[in-house]
Design a protein around this ligand. Structure first.
Ligand code: FDA
Length: 305
């Protein structure tokens, strides 16, 4: 119920204005977002890489409505990739891209062209791109664009969301050699017709999908903070003889950093998803919807003012 209310608020421009101008927002944002500028992203990346983590960087922004905005997002990624290569932070750092930020909602060809330019720049910088997955109305389009991109850039990765009923079948499709798949639970408000609604059903689906990916020939990226699912991931890695260079764990910046360090200490590859930029509202609201304790953090920041 609370999750639905927050996810509904994540689409409201009125609530966005309220939250964005609230004095406490800065502290809350700082916990989950590396900063506003490319330099902030580089600084956070350097710190994480020095701690033995791999990184994927997300220039915040979604639901772009003009070609100018879409091209500006593309250009920011091109700059970021050049700076990462110059700072010798590749291949430890790669980038995550939302196709909606590249124009997917109004011009699929433009989104594809922009994504292709980013993939080419990533290849030149010696690293990879992963396409984030957004709400279910975009899944087919995103997977179609992924297939086209992979013809020229086979290392381009996909995200699959365990809450979608279709995802087991998508995992089977994508569990092939050279295919990088990030498996997450899913962060959007979705109808029952397409998505499991109860946490238990979502977790069971996650395990079924994890089994398909870990027993397949691709490169699984297990994106979760859930202790039970991480333990199952560790178990399947032993069972399917997957060394740390044949799969990885992934978590979000600011969430369970001590668990990220523990897994690194155990010898696993762990990648932190680092968002940066001004357009943090939708991202932050999805993080708040995931966990009541994050709401308490928000309230504490408010009370301490
Ligand atoms: P869940 O939210 O159920 O949490 C399970 C447990 O994890 C909690 O009970 C707690 O123990 C622990 N936990 C969670 N949050 C915590 C916190 N803040 N502090 C301490 N413990 C905490 N989604 C999407 O739809 N499209 C996408 O492209 C992506 N991309 C993506 C990349 C990466 C790298 C990650 C990690 C996640 C995504 N997501 C995503 C988000 C994903 O779908 C999901 O919403 C969040 O990861 C939360 O789900 P969990 O699996 O962590 O479990």
């Amino acid at each position: 119920m609370l999750r639905s209310v927050i996810l509904a608020a994540s689409r409201s421009t009125r609530v966005e204005r309220l939250v964005a101008t609230a004095p406490f927002s800065r502290d809350v944002v700082r916990r989950f977002v590396a900063g506003a500028k490319t330099d902030d992203a580089l600084r956070a990346t350097r710190e994480l890489v020095d701690d033995g983590l791999a990184v994927t960087l997300d220039n915040l922004g979604e639901d772009t409505v003009t070609g100018e905005q879409a091209n500006a997002t593309r250009d920011e990624y091109l700059t970021l990739l050049r700076m990462l290569a110059d700072a010798k932070l590749t291949p430890a750092a790669e980038v995550s891209v939302k196709l909606s930020a590249l124009g997917q909602a109004f011009d699929e060809q433009l989104a594809y062209d922009n994504a292709r330019a980013i993939c080419a720049a990533a290849e030149a910088a010696g690293t990879t791109v992963t396409l984030d997955m957004e709400d279910h109305t975009t899944t087919d389009s995103t997977l179609d664009i992924l297939a086209k991109l992979r013809k020229d850039h086979p290392s381009t990765g996909a995200v699959l969301q365990a809450y979608l009923r279709r995802t087991e079948s998508d995992c089977r499709e994508l569990a092939s050699a050279g295919s990088r798949v990030r498996l997450c639970k899913g962060a959007y408000r979705e109808p029952e017709s397409v998505a499991y609604q109860s946490p238990r059903e979502v977790d069971k689906s996650y395990v079924r999908c994890l089994n398909i990916l870990m027993s397949g020939d691709g490169y699984p990226m297990l994106a979760t903070h859930d202790p039970r699912l991480i333990a199952i991931g560790e178990d399947r890695a032993r069972w399917f003889d997957r060394d740390p260079d044949r799969f990885e764990f992934q978590m979000l910046y600011g969430i369970r950093p001590e668990e990220q360090a523990r897994l690194v200490g155990e010898g696993y590859t762990v990648r932190t998803y680092v968002p940066y930029g001004d357009d943090w509202y939708g991202y932050l609201m999805r993080r708040l919807a995931e966990r009541p304790a994050n709401l308490a953090f928000f309230a504490r920041a408010l009370a301490s003012r």
